[in-house]
Design a protein around this ligand. Structure first.
Ligand code: ANZ
Ligand code: ZN
Length: 825
């Protein structure tokens, strides 16, 4: 007896696929319409883990489906192979980062092939190779020429243990994301990309992605950009020539300002403090030291006791001439707005907390009401600021105006008086790309005493990394490249004089900001990508990856796309037309991430249950966005089901190509319903439901074989082929074996069968229509009818219309699909 043996099947088909490469995307003469499906490329930090297995299983369903639907699909893969893990492994174990990286890539590649990922293996790219990062450097110089790459000294987050600069999101609760050391600040001159230049566009164009991107991701991008509309207002300062500007989103509350606050760590605070007495200056200096160690998230937190120092200085409110004491505190940030605020404690929670802590006055200037129309309690007593809408009070000419009217009126007044104007602020900051680490793209700039910052000319790119051998890679606040003296010392491309190379390397997010374009022509040597291919394939039709990249990676890729568009290299501004974020694989609630270690090893799961069972389990576990708890799923159950499906193909006895028309009608109805539903379900990412439908079809087919129809019935063959084609999205080995038993080759390239609409007879149910509890009509309706639709049909039913007559309708009780009861007035 011929039995399902997943090991034998894997051994049989892997070499065949390797030979036939069914997923090589179509070449120039391919007339099929194109689809570009992209999985986020992995970091080669070890072998593939369960998280990869989930992501690639899901991306594969989409990609394989579009191939079967007749598209020329591009589904490439590569490696995001620069970054800290390779460098840390090199430091710990003395290995060469390049060798370590290449070894891991080889291992992951073999695992991906075993996992039957439908990748086009002719398009592989690796970002640590000079033929890739050369183009990072090329793009850098283009950004530099346009003023979109620049250097400035700045306070940076600094991990004293890793001795490296950290981006804000790498600081978690004040600690380094990687090593949990408390993060401090340090002043360094660093390279930036001017993302803020595109702030409005990055924000506004999110609206076009609604419906195609998860709304959660859109919201996260919006928040990160953080555009707010308000006004800049000038306050004169006693004893200072220049007024200072503050930024407020609530100029309507100007009459409620009772003090001012400047960021303790700002230059302005230091200057104002100089005028204070010795004791205050000492207190201020100690306070600033403390503030430097704090992170932004804590500083802005509302549930944190407020601290600060009174600077013994006063500002003058431009609308009423009131004298406002100026405090320095950490809850105002130095680099947002102007680093200074007017405090309106009655209507801003943090200001209220501060006023209560320091015993400062509070003045209500908006009469706010709660939902029941009751007046808002006194903020001093309740400790709750009145942040809602209301009508202006205690505000001279503004009294009686609503908030929005007051904002418009006071902004106009400030503009007329020359003391303020409307202004927009963003939370978004320019992208700090400098890293003082070895394993990254060297910044292609030469520093010349005569010529300044000189970009390395195109014909001298790439600036390759010097070999790691002989360099001390241990972090020390300066790039390890600085010690490669032969490499650092160079000549200026402009004047030919002695000059020094920039020793910083680029943030690896640069590598992943345009890799999707490199896949289009990965071997190209005279440009980063071929614009003709970009026209043909891009933007990406479906991007698949983890929600952990929902902010920065996507934002930076969007920025690059817009910048490249403005350089005339592409004709679109958004790289990813649709986005699917898969959930995480968890084991007892802990994520399968590289930092937590893998509790379940993918390779062991594959050995025990087979590739197909693991892939099927990933897809069947639930909606793709949800996390999977590996303790809750059953790869053994998947294996059992696959064996059951496989036996159908084994048992079919009709020849290929027979007309199914004369076959078992009931089975045909199930087959075509499955076909019709599955394509919509796949395209709506309801993969788990597709699997359930295939299971039903397998059962129906088995029933037909064992019951009346028998294994020679052409409907049985048709059903088995449909099972095989659909199953190939999830369990390619099993499906390929079935396809071969059914007398065909390359199930991946099988055409999605046409749905015979005449077989989609809708079942109906009878709905009873009552008026005042009496049956007045009956309707034949589809079982899935909506409440609203049924309500309309019932109200129009002739029997109901007659019974209602001239009476008005009080309520309609709908119990779809079986009952509607109309209650007349
Ligand atoms: C007075 C006021 C009254 C404010 C009121 C709010 C409510 P978003 O929306 O985030 O842009 N602010 C301004 N600069 C700041 C800084 N550097 N650090 C901390 N807070 C700062 O917030 C803008 C509001 O945050 C501004 O409006 C200002 O407080 C504060 F009833 O001004 B507001
Ligand atoms: Zn020079």
């Amino acid at each position: 007896e011929h039995r399902y043996d997943f090991r034998a099947i894997e051994d049989r088909w892997l070499p065949v696929w390797e030979e036939r490469q069914p997923f090589r995307s179509g070449r120039e003469d391919d007339a099929r319409p194109t689809k570009y499906v992209l999985d986020m490329f992995p970091y080669p930090s070890g072998d593939l883990h369960m998280g990869h297995a989930e992501a690639y299983a899901l991306g594969d369903v989409i990609s394989r489906h579009w191939v079967q639907k007749g598209y020329n699909v591009l589904h490439p893969i590569g490696w995001d192979s620069f970054g800290l893990p390779a460098e840390n492994a090199a430091i710990k174990r003395g290995v060469d980062p390049a060798g370590w990286t290449e070894d891991n890539i080889a291992q992951q590649k073999a695992s991906m092939k075993r996992y039957a990922c439908s990748f086009d293996w002719d398009r592989v790219l690796m970002t640590h190779r000079p033929d890739y990062y050369r183009w990072n450097q090329w793009i850098f110089t283009r950004l530099f020429e346009r003023g979109l790459a620049y250097r400035k000294p700045s306070q940076v987050n600094w991990c004293p243990n890793d001795q490296t600069v950290l981006a804000n999101e790498q600081v978690v609760n004040g600690l380094c994301e990687r090593c949990d050391t408390a993060v401090t600040k340090k002043k360094l001159t660093q390279w930036y990309f001017k993302v803020t230049e595109y702030a409005d566009e990055l924000l506004d164009e999110l609206e076009n992605l609604r419906g195609s991107w998860p709304s959660k991701v859109i919201a996260m991008q919006r928040n990160w950009i953080g555009r707010s509309a308000g006004a800049d207002v000038s306050f004169t300062i006693e004893g200072r020539d220049e007024p200072i500007a503050i930024y407020t989103t609530r100029p309507d509350t100007l009459y409620g300002a009772t003090f001012m606050v400047v960021a303790a760590d700002s230059d302005l605070a230091a200057e104002l403090a100089e005028g204070a007495d010795d004791a205050t200056r000492a207190e201020f200096a100690a306070y600033v030291e403390r503030v430097k160690g704090e992170n932004e998230i804590d500083r802005l937190s509302t549930d944190r006791p407020k601290t600060g120092v009174f600077l013994q200085r006063y500002g003058i409110n431009p609308v009423n001439g009131e004298r406002l004491p100026i405090w320095a505190s950490d809850y105002v940030l130095a680099d947002y707005g102007h680093g200074a605020i007017m405090a309106v404690p009655a209507h801003d929670q943090r200001d209220l907390d501060f006023a209560r802590a320091m015993d400062l006055p509070v003045r209500v200037v908006l009469d706010c009401r709660d939902d029941a129309g009751e007046p808002f309690g006194d903020p001093v007593e309740t400790g709750v600021a009145a942040t809602g809408d209301g009508v202006l009070v205690n505000s001279e000419a503004l009294n009686g105006l609503a908030k929005a009217e007051a904002i418009a009126a006071i902004t106009a007044e400030l503009e007329a008086a020359g003391t303020g104007h409307a202004s927009t602020n963003y939370r978004l900051r320019d992208w700090l790309i400098s890293r003082q680490r070895y394993w990254g793209t060297p910044i292609p700039i030469v520093h010349c005493e005569t010529c300044g910052e000189v970009p390395v000319p195109d014909d001298q790119l790439p600036v390759t990394l010097p070999p790691a051998e002989g360099l001390d890679l241990k972090p020390k606040g300066q790039s390890p490249l600085a010690a490669a003296t032969d490499w650092v010392n160079t000549t200026c491309p402009t004047c030919g004089g002695a000059a020094l190379r920039d020793t910083d390397t680029m943030d690896t997010f640069v590598d992943s900001s345009w890799y999707f374009l490199r896949f289009l022509s990965p071997q190209k040597t005279d440009g980063p990508f071929d614009p003709v291919q970009a026209k043909r394939w891009a933007p990406i039709d479906q991007y698949v990856g983890g929600v952990t990249h929902a902010i920065l990676h996507l934002l930076y890729a969007r920025f690059f796309t817009k910048a490249l568009r403005d350089m005339g290299m592409i004709d679109f501004g958004e790289p990813f037309s649709a986005l699917l974020n898969q959930g995480m694989v968890q084991m007892d609630g802990s994520a399968m991430s590289k930092s937590r270690g893998n509790l379940v090893r993918l390779s062991e799961q594959l050995d025990e249950f087979g590739v197909d069972s693991i892939r099927l389990t990933m897809a069947f576990a639930g909606p793709p966005e949800d996390d999977i708890d590996w303790a809750d799923v059953s790869p053994a159950g998947s294996a059992k089901f696959l064996a059951r499906a496989w036996r159908l193909a084994r048992d079919v006895t009709s020849e290929p190509g027979v007309d199914p028309a004369s076959g078992d009608a009931a089975l045909r109805a199930v087959t075509h319903r499955t076909l019709a539903e599955s394509q919509e379900l796949v395209e709506g990412f309801k993969f788990n439901v597709v699997v359930a439908r295939v299971m039903e079809l397998v059962n129906a087919t088995r029933k037909a074989i064992d019951g009346g129809a028998g294994p020679a019935d052409p409907a049985v063959r048709e059903a088995s082929e449909v099972v095989t084609i659909l199953l190939s999205l999830f369990a390619p080995y099993c499906a390929e074996d079935m396809w071969s038993m059914l007398g065909h080759q390359d199930v991946a390239l099988a055409t999605y069968p046409a749905v015979d609409e005449s077989l989609l007879v809708e079942e109906t149910v009878t709905c009873i229509v009552q008026v005042m509890g009496k049956v007045r009509d009956r309707l034949e309706v589809p079982p899935g009818i909506s409440q609203d639709e049924l309500r309309e049909l019932a109200l129009a039913a002739p029997g109901a219309v007659r019974a209602i007559g001239d009476a008005g309708i009080r309520t309609v009780i709908v119990r779809a699909p079986k009952l509607v009861n109309i209650v007349t007035a």
